[in-house]
Design a binder for this molecule. Sequence first.
Ligand SMILES: [Zn+2]
Length: 65
Amino acid sequence: MGALPKQKTSKARKGKRRSHLHLELPPLETCQQCGTKKVTHHVCLECGTYRGRQILRMKEAPASE
Ligand SMILES: [Zn+2]
């Protein structure tokens, strides 16, 4: 048998340890083209541009939704 913990980890101690385990929102910035929030260093999903260049072919009316 390998090494085993001497004491049982209590629910409170386990909860305290896991209090930092949560997902965080990715860093957001404002798009230079359309002004909506976008993930940094990613192509804007609203207008399909990145650093002023058109990357994605967007539909003609993206604001119809
Ligand atoms: Zn945009």
